[in-house]
Write a protein that binds this ligand. Structure first.
Ligand SMILES: *[C@@H]1O[C@H](CO)[C@@H](O)[C@H](O)[C@H]1NC(C)=O
Ligand SMILES: *[C@@H]1O[C@H](CO)[C@@H](O)[C@H](O)[C@H]1NC(C)=O
Ligand SMILES: *[C@@H]1O[C@H](CO)[C@@H](O)[C@H](O)[C@H]1NC(C)=O
Length: 159
């Protein structure tokens, strides 16, 4: 816990993040409302990327996240400490969290910054997809040549 707090503190200071995705004991969920222009990013169940990410997080020990809204121009804090493993550090969840930020007018980190504390990374979804959700196709296309989530490419791969 101590090292997790230290790592989190460093990133808070470096990036000026004022809002995070805190680990809680509550049921994983998201109350983020996406802008209507991001309708394309919803899955075929009508769930926005923040809600889909919160379902995937239920599989990540210790408890996953409650994904709260962020302010415009602010990225979500990357995985740290006990959560910095492949369950969180994969391009699918990274893409969903990037879209979750974008759909609020917020910014997203590069893949390198997102995985800075990760002990391993994955370009697939190591834990699979839990019941109650579906992962849209655009979340599986990976990072772009610039090393980040590409909103244009995601939109082109939305169906
Ligand atoms: C989302 O939930 C958090 C607490 O869980 C609350 O502080 C926040 O105001 C809520 N936001 C919205 C948009 O409902
Ligand atoms: C990364 O950490 C997780 C626990 O958080 C562990 O299960 C996994 O084996 C670790 N991976 C590596 C490559 O050390
Ligand atoms: C982002 O995606 C678009 C559409 O596929 C592509 O034209 C563009 O080159 C991509 N950007 C980078 C930096 O790869």
């Amino acid at each position: 816990m101590f090292s997790q707090a230290v790592v989190g503190g460093i990133w808070l200071a470096m990036l000026g993040i004022s809002s995070t995705i805190p680990a809680t004991l509550a049921q994983d969920s998201s109350n983020v409302t996406c802008m209507s222009s991001f309708y394309w990013a919803n899955n075929d169940m009508g769930q926005n990327p923040c809600i889909v990410a919160s379902y995937l997080d239920t599989q990540c020990p210790p408890t996953g996240f409650t994904i709260e809204p962020v302010s415009a121009g602010i990225p979500y804090e990357p995985p740290a400490g006990a959560l910095a493993n492949a369950c969180e550090c994969n391009t699918v969840l990274y893409s969903l969290m990037s879209a979750c930020a974008a759909c609020q007018g917020a910014t997203h980190l590069s893949w390198a910054s997102w995985t800075q504390a990760c002990n391993e990374t994955s370009s697939s979804l190591p834990m699979g997809i839990p019941p109650g959700t579906a992962v849209p196709a655009w979340a599986f296309i990976g990072i772009d040549a610039g090393g980040t989530w590409n909103e244009t490419a995601a939109l082109l791969n939305a169906c």
